[in-house]
Design a protein around this ligand. Structure first.
Ligand code: PMP
Length: 543
């Protein structure tokens, strides 16, 4: 069993405070902390054998090359790839690993009549990438339904996967629902139809034993920064014969064998996919992270995470103002819990929790379609790792008490511009208007908030304006401020909405809320631009 009391000593960052409160780090599904055993490897590399690999006939280069190659072997062992280093490509992150296969295989080989099956719970890293493959090749993209309890609908999967399916891409573990998907069963289904299986292991490789040979997946992607490793490193596992057949995704030095003015040939695996100087120190440190986790034992990591997640689910169930998403209490889940508290937007709840030193994530967690399916704009996610404790879960639950009141106090506090409180408590122009000339949905921006502007133009002026908001307090207040400032103005003035907001808040971005402040201005400026472009297509702006 993982013993957090002992493990925490390896993570000095966990002793720090945030604004005078002890740090409670519950954002591990985004990035885990790094133990001294891993960053000592960095220091050792830079102090003792920092050099570029494979090209130098000198001692340092040789040492770095050997360590970097051994790191590939170590990672192959960690995920059960019996083909060794040739089946492990180091990448920048999991996202790059998906893209290598999408470009190297999907874009080259898929076409009309083919289909790619993904699931409704995919992270944008794979969903968006396969969507692009489908769009550019004419292949169809199909989505396996997620049921009310956060499980994949396996009957639906069986209906969607057919003899034209080229790839099934599935997350091993959902980064929102905590679901651990039945990968071996899905792989059988896909292989029966001659399809390949791409496993997104970003949320599974860090926290449970993953063996690609046992699961019989064709590809696996994961990131170092979610498994005690550094940022800037991830890995792609691929069955050797598939990697051999695939086109490289990046070209240049390191990945070539012979270059002439006419043509070039590629290096052996895995170097064919590692163009340019690779992440040498990061790769070596990733192997150290695998050593560290194996030292605890991946079974123990999984058990600890499940235990904390169950405890958090139990504690959250004590509250009647909390909605929790994903697999039901009692069923095995990964160490994360996504939830919402009635009447408190996730950004606001994060700010309230941050005041207690508690780090969680709020937003769509790069799963916008899944949140649409859940019919919520976003959620708050607490995610645990080997060093987290039940006491930290208790701290989270305690901090939810009175969250709504504390959000109101926060908005009224001098950390926020006084205009925010005024407009938040008495929003101007709230609500839809009867006959808008145009509307714009805030969900179309990257802000992560949800809401809509309604604008009526009369004789080139903004005669009426309204908004509906499911956004955080700051965004709602800014929507009110900007609507008030624009009412009666020429529509062109809305193009400057972002500058108007800057002026109104006087450069005041409370509590890391830059995006929340900027969002509404961006939305209404974009809406005005679309409107003007539609009216004057010949002079439409292209920027
Ligand atoms: N897939 C899943 C399930 C994830 O949770 C994440 C990270 N949030 C990714 C892919 C992408 O990882 P990265 O940003 O490190 O490429």
């Amino acid at each position: 069993m993982a013993d957090p009391a002992h493990i925490r000593d390896d993570f000095p960052i966990l002793d720090r405070e945030v604004d005078g409160e002890p740090l409670v780090y519950l954002d591990n599904a985004a990035t885990t902390q790094t133990p001294t055993q891993v960053y000592d490897v960095f220091r050792e590399y830079y102090e003792e054998y920092n050099a570029n690999i494979h090209r130098g006939i000198h001692g340092l280069s040789h040492e770095a090359s050997v360590a970097y190659e051994e790191a590939h072997e170590r990672i192959a062992e960690f995920v059960g790839a019996s083909g060794g280093l040739e089946e492990i490509v180091f990448t920048k992150n999991a996202t790059e690993a998906v893209n290598i296969v999408a470009y190297g295989m999907g874009m080259q080989e898929f076409g009309p009549g083919d289909n790619v099956v993904v699931t409704e719970m995919e992270h944008h890293a794979s969903l968006v990438t396969w969507q692009q493959v489908a769009r550019r090749t004419g292949a169809e993209i199909r989505y396996v339904r997620v049921d009310e309890e956060g499980h994949l609908d396996m009957e639906h999967a069986a209906e969607l996967i057919d003899d034209d399916t080229r790839m099934l891409s599935v997350a091993h573990v959902s980064n929102v629902l905590g679901t651990v998907n039945p990968v071996a069963e899905l792989a059988d289904l896909a292989h029966d139809h001659g399809a390949l299986v791409f496993l997104d292991g970003a949320q599974s490789v860090p926290n449970r034993p993953v063996d690609v040979d046992d699961l019989d997946v064709d590809f696996l992607a994961f990131s170092g920064h979610k498994m005690c490793g550094p940022t800037g490193i991830g890995a792609l596992y691929g069955k050797r014969h598939l990697l051999e057949e695939m086109e490289p995704y990046l070209y240049g030095g390191e990945m070539i064998r012979k270059v002439t003015f006419e043509e070039s040939t590629w290096e052996d695996l895995p170097w064919k996919f590692e163009a340019g100087t690779p992440p040498i120190a990061e790769g070596i440190a990733l192997a150290a992270a695998a050593d560290y986790l194996d030292g605890i034992g991946m079974e123990a990591v999984a058990a600890h995470e499940n235990e904390l997640a169950q405890y958090a689910m139990d504690r959250l169930a004590e509250r009647d103002d909390v909605a929790v998403y994903g697999v039901p209490r009692g069923e095995e889940r990964s160490g994360l819990v996504a939830f919402n508290v009635d009447g408190v937007h996730g950004h606001d709840l994060s700010s309230v929790l941050n005041d207690h030193g508690i780090a969680v994530r709020a937003g769509d967690h790069c799963t916008q379609p899944l949140h649409d399916r859940l019919d919520v704009p976003g959620s708050v996610r607490a995610s645990f790792y080997v060093y987290n404790t039940e006491r930290e879960v208790d701290a989270l639950i305690d901090a939810l008490e009175g969250a709504r009141e504390r959000r109101d106090e926060l908005v009224a506090s001098d950390r926020f511009h006084d205009r925010f409180a005024d407009h938040y408590h008495a929003p101007r122009n709230a609500g839809a208007i009867a006959d808008p000339t145009f509307t714009k949905d805030a969900a179309e921006t990257s802000c992560g908030d949800d809401g809509e502007f309604f604008v009526e133009i009369d004789d080139g002026r903004i005669a009426d304006v309204g908004f509906e908001s499911e956004s955080c307090a700051v965004s709602t207040a800014v929507a009110s401020m900007v609507s008030e400032a624009l009412r009666g103005e020429p529509v062109e003035r809305a193009l400057e909405a972002e500058e108007i907001v800057e002026g109104l808040v006087d450069g005041h971005y409370p509590d890391l809320r830059r995006d929340c402040v900027r969002g509404p201005g961006e939305v209404i400026a974009e809406a005005a631009r679309d409107h003007l472009d539609a009216r004057h297509p010949a002079t439409a702006r292209t920027d």
